[in-house]
Design a protein around this ligand. Structure first.
Ligand code: SF4
Length: 63
């Protein structure tokens, strides 16, 4: 699995970090950083929600 954030699209709203703080970290004044691409099976649904709920569609997940 590869998780990335489009740094141009990201508006640093923090939806992703609120849902999965072990995976996403909003940088001060900047785009979100991906901390880990290892998402436990029980968190996959949360990751799907992050992709859907990111207001700018900046979260990209590829298998
Ligand atoms: S939810 Fe989307 S726009 Fe908001 S901080 Fe995360 S990646 Fe950026």
């Amino acid at each position: 699995m590869r998780i990335s954030v489009d740094e141009i699209l990201c508006c640093a709203a923090g939806v992703c970090e609120a849902e999965l703080p072990d995976v996403f970290e909003v940088q001060d004044g900047g785009p979100t950083k991906v901390l880990s691409e290892s998402v436990p099976v029980d968190k996959r649904a949360a990751l799907t929600q992050v992709v859907r709920n990111c207001p700018t569609g900046a979260v990209i997940v590829t298998e």
